[in-house]
Design a protein around this ligand. Structure first.
Ligand code: ZN
Length: 199
């Protein structure tokens, strides 16, 4: 069962997590189409999120870069929820985002209150850099490991784990209940097999 929800998250954390989850959830999830398959798709997503200036040129190479970055974030979030495939893919995903980070530089924007990292460039590069800025922001606030992918194999939606002890594995009570019922049926089946009389 999921733990009770932690205190309501602070607005900047929600903003960063919403951005990253919105990005990984552009994948084809149950019954939905992949939202990043063409330059037009990526352009529309950048417009919706306001990450790049309106009408910024987007190429096929940008789409490939977006999909690779999305795969890397997805695998890290799957590792956060303890999925075996995420843990296996974690070294490659980490290596990838570390290797490409210098394509998307960030600069500190200082004010009397503190600073935040913002993209050094505009356009598509700036849009991808904003995703890195959101990840760094979450990591600095202790929220990075709470970004997960639901362990329900028919769901796999990215979500922010609000449980007090960061033990959430499912995006919703519905997925948690469904998986508990599946585990129960599986246990009963195994018990039934063991109890079945030898022929
Ligand atoms: Zn789910």
């Amino acid at each position: 069962m999921q733990q009770p929800e932690a205190d309501t998250c602070q607005a900047p954390v929600c903003e960063s997590s919403d951005l990253l989850l919105g990005f990984v959830n552009t994948r084809a999830l149950a019954g939905t189409a992949d939202l990043l398959t063409s330059p037009e798709d990526l352009s529309a997503w950048l417009d919706r999120t306001g990450l790049a200036g309106a009408g910024s040129p987007v190429t096929g190479a940008d789409v490939l870069a977006a999909r690779e970055l999305r795969d890397a974030f997805t695998m890290i979030f799957r590792a956060h929820s303890g999925c075996a495939d995420g843990e296996r893919a974690l070294p490659a995903a980490e290596e990838y985002i570390q290797r490409i980070a210098d394509r998307y530089p960030l600069v500190p924007r200082l004010s009397a209150e503190g600073y935040r990292l913002v993209p050094a460039h505009g356009g598509v590069l700036g849009g991808f850099a904003a995703l890195f800025a959101a990840a760094v922001d979450l990591a600095a606030r202790g929220g990075w490991a709470r970004l997960k992918v639901c362990k329900n194999p028919s769901c796999y939606t990215g979500f922010f784990d609000k449980t007090r002890n960061s033990s959430g594995l499912y995006c919703s009570a519905a997925c948690s209940t469904r998986m508990a019922a599946r585990a129960y049926r599986s246990r009963n089946k195994k018990t039934g097999e063991l109890d079945a009389p030898a022929v």
